[in-house]
Ligand binder design. Structure first.
Ligand SMILES: Cc1ncc(C[n+]2csc(CCOP(=O)(O)OP(=O)(O)O)c2C)c(N)n1
Ligand SMILES: [Mg+2]
Length: 759
């Protein structure tokens, strides 16, 4: 690091340096540093010669990088000023981190990037990779939350670009590491499944994050899974870039922690680079990028940075940090070192340098003013437009497309073994057949999870798929739901259709953010430009006999129910499962949707409905040209004396109870299986109750925040609130082991009793 801008000693800090506005001080520091500089000057190097005698960086590369650094810095400074005028709505900046521009320069614009919010230098530099793009204006539009923001359409200030392969990320710390790893693995797996990638085959995935973020469970799980993959000699070309500024908001990272923690982690190759000094750092970054690309191994680049101007515009560091320390940090500003390189190398004179500095400032302010004049989002319809795209006709056509006869004959092992030619079967078998069918139909689909391959899942639902489609398409993952869903996003990012399995609903919750915060938000924050379609199969719900306890009988789908854009379906019988799965795959393919397919475990093997041996819950396999429109329920009977709404395990229970109710009261009862739980088809719910005399909701979930509440609300808002209505619903409790489980769940006698109360 330069000795020319030595930190002021505490006693010599002039009063003006103690100002509250550190952005202003950092800005002034730059001009003063340049003005005061009087070091040796070499003769300006040729463009392709080293910028300084011992550097690997040449003059041309330096000038580009320096300009990217300045763009990043002036966007920060502009944001601090214009935030106060309400022209900009985001002030977390990249100041002190501008050296990350080196990573962008040394990678390609087709290497998918998942960026830290301080990777502004990276972003500015990546803009150079495609002609005609404008880093300043594009960023200014995002800062201003303008509808014209090319990446998010004014929904958030994010780093992102469709042509530059920068996928916008949320602010949830470390949540992007699993999908970055997933994308890296997907790059390699594409070849093995014959999928044509939209990017070169030797691409790498790049993921930046902070030093404090590296401690997060979601980061740790990504490092672990990357190492686990590499340990098996499987490729995972992910470049983890830890932008280490030594602090997270106000909590310091213990000195040496990042280096000591990752320097010798098995399965992760560690590189250090000085991100404060382009001349030093460039060769170090180059080594890491080249290593990752060549070896296809997970690579950890420890990039030394600093954080100047506080965590955000609202962080007045001077109020909680010693001034001496602040001044010291500000003295390590990487732009001072870049200015020094520019001057010392002879590439720039002082005036030229300050002229460049001011001209970029002017451009940033001009762009921000222009962005401020551009339109904002003004209606709710505009806000939600990219959230849940749905083209019903195209989806229906795709779901019932059956032009893959040969592939399915091969998958089922001969025309005579096609499932529609077999006798009726129970739910587990029909899901299994539907999965065979869909994997034959979509060669770009992959099925993975815990125990799904050779064993065929804990309930044999995936049996035979591994054999039929091979280990590149059907495989066991490590035991980690966060990674399962991160992998899914990675495959989806590159055009494949993942079918991840979550073994039990109770174990979805620890990875919920990967769907709630990440997968379902991608279309929203990219204004529909990026999508990560998937069909997540989740086995769950209660009523299992002999295999009890809460964790295998979790009956709460509330955590899924309010996720914007998510589709949830829950079949109660085999034929519905097949046609529903086809529609979900079509929703994924056509509209990029994230779908959750909730499998009621207790009904997997159910064969009979009313009497032992009646086989009434076995169903014929629907031929491949049949599909179930999104939102369409199934109605049993047409009675209006009592209309029962249910789903999942509740459907066969309600059908049995209905018989008894009809006998007891002489009523004609209708049972409505909603099948689709999100979005709830409110119009359909009301339609079914149009002539109803009484209504009963049978919801096997919990009383609070469950589907039942949604049904009641739909009825109430549909003007049907005056009808006698009752609800039979699970208790707000965890499910106990053994027979006591049935005390907390709705039962057939409960349904019959509720009907009697309505009589
Ligand atoms: C999961 C989560 N927890 C907490 C936060 C709030 N938060 C935002 S930034 C931050 C500190 C991050 O520090 P570091 O990773 O070192 O990045 P830096 O800001 O220093 O670049 C915290 C705690 C968050 N965004 N996400
Ligand atoms: Mg930090």
């Amino acid at each position: 690091m330069s000795a020319h801008y030595a930190p002021a000693r505490p006693s010599s800090i002039p009063a003006r340096m103690k100002g509250l506005n550190r952005a202003e001080i950092c800005d002034r520091n730059f001009a003063e540093f340049v003005a005061a500089w009087d070091g040796p000057v070499y003769s300006a190097p040729a463009a392709d010669a080293a910028v300084l005698p011992d550097a690997t960086l040449n003059g041309a590369d330096f000038l580009h990088l320096f300009e990217s650094q300045l763009i990043s810095r002036h966007l920060d400074l502009m944001a601090r000023v214009l935030r106060l005028q309400n022209k900009v709505f985001y002030t977390i900046g990249s100041s002190g981190h501008e050296g990350n521009a080196m990573v962008a320069r040394l990678a390609r614009h087709t290497d998918p990037a998942f960026l830290h919010y301080r990777s502004g230098g990276f972003m500015a530099e990546r803009f150079r990779k495609q002609p005609g793009m404008d880093p300043i204006m594009d960023s200014a539009l995002s800062f201003a939350a303008s509808k014209d923001d090319p990446i998010s359409g004014g929904r958030h200030k994010v780093w992102g670009s469709k042509p530059l392969w920068v996928l916008p990320q949320t602010s949830t710390i470390a949540s992007h590491l699993p999908k970055a790893l997933g994308t890296a693995i997907a790059i390699e797996q594409a070849r093995r499944i014959g999928h044509a990638l939209p990017i070169p085959a030797d691409s790498i995935a790049i993921c930046s994050f902070g030093d404090a973020s590296s401690n997060h469970a979601t980061a740790q799980t990504a490092f672990n899974a990357a190492a686990w993959t590499a340990h098996q000699k499987l490729p995972a070309p992910v470049l983890f870039v830890c932008e280490d500024n030594g602090i997270g908001i106000s909590v310091k990272t213990p000195a040496g922690w990042v280096a000591e923690r990752y320097r010798s982690m098995h399965g992760l190759d560690y590189f250090f680079a000085d991100g404060l000094d382009l001349a030093q750092g460039y060769g170090q970054v180059a080594a890491a990028v080249a290593h990752c690309r060549r070896t296809r191994r997970p690579t950890f680049l420890h990039l030394k940075t600093t954080r100047i101007m506080g965590h955000a515009g609202t962080d007045f560091e001077i109020e909680w940090r010693a001034i001496e320390e602040l001044v010291q940090v500000e003295a390590s500003d990487p732009l001072l070192r870049s200015a020094e390189i520019a001057l010392m190398s002879g590439l720039m004179g002082k005036e030229q340098l300050l002229g460049l500095y001011e001209s970029i400032r002017a451009k940033c302010f001009a762009a921000a003013d222009e962005a401020d004049r551009r339109p904002k989002i003004e209606t709710l319809a505009e806000v939600v437009a990219p959230l849940a795209p749905f083209h019903p006709d195209i989806v229906e056509r795709e779901a019932s497309r059956s032009d893959y006869a040969e592939a399915r004959i091969a998958a089922f092992g001969g025309a005579e073994r096609l499932p529609e030619r077999q006798p009726p079967k129970h739910l587990a078998v029909q899901i299994n057949q539907a999965l065979h069918d869909l994997m034959a139909k979509y060669p770009e689909s992959l099925l993975f999870g815990e125990d799904v391959a050779q064993k065929g899942g804990v309930y044999t639902v995936t049996r035979g798929l591994h054999k039929a489609f091979g280990r590149a398409r059907v495989f066991n993952t490590l035991l980690d739901e966060t990674i399962i869903l991160g992998l899914a996003q990675g495959y989806a990012n590159l055009g494949m259709i993942p079918l991840p399995e979550i073994q039990y609903l109770a174990y979805f919750h620890n990875a919920c953010d990967q769907i709630r915060g990440e997968a379902c938000s991608l279309q929203f924050f990219s204004n529909g430009q990026y999508r990560n379609p998937m069909v997540v199969r989740i086995a769950g719900l209660g009523y299992q006999r002999g295999f009890g306890g809460h964790f295998h009988n979790d009956n709460s789908i509330t955590a899924l129910r309010d996720i914007p854009g998510l589709v949830i379906g829950c079949p109660s019988r085999g034929d519905d499962a097949a046609t529903m799965l086809r529609t979900m795959m079509a929703l994924a393919r056509v509209d990029g949707r994230v779908c959750a397919f909730l499998e009621p475990i207790a009904t997997y093997m159910t064969k009979d409905l009313h009497e032992a041996g009646d086989g009434a819950w076995l169903t014929a396999y629907p031929p491949p040209d049949e599909a179930m429109p999104l939102g369409e329920g199934r109605v049993y009977g047409s009675g209006d004396d009592l209309v029962i709404y249910s789903f999942g395990n509740g459907v066969p229970m309600s059908l049995r109870a209905a018989r008894q109710i009809e006998a007891e009261h002489g009523w004609s009862v209708r049972v409505v299986d909603l099948r689709w739980l999100l979005p709830l088809n409110e119009a359909f719910i009301c339609e079914q109750a149009a002539a109803a005399k009484r209504i009963l909701v049978v919801d096997e979930g919990r009383r609070s925040a469950g589907v039942g509440e949604g049904i009641l609300t739909a009825l109430l808002e549909g003007g049907l609130g005056a009808l006698p209505i009752a609800r039979v619903v699970g208790a707000d409790t965890y499910t106990p082991l053994a027979g006591a489980a049935f005390l907390v769940l709705p039962s057939e006698p409960d349904i019959v009793a509720a009907a009697a109360r309505l009589a």
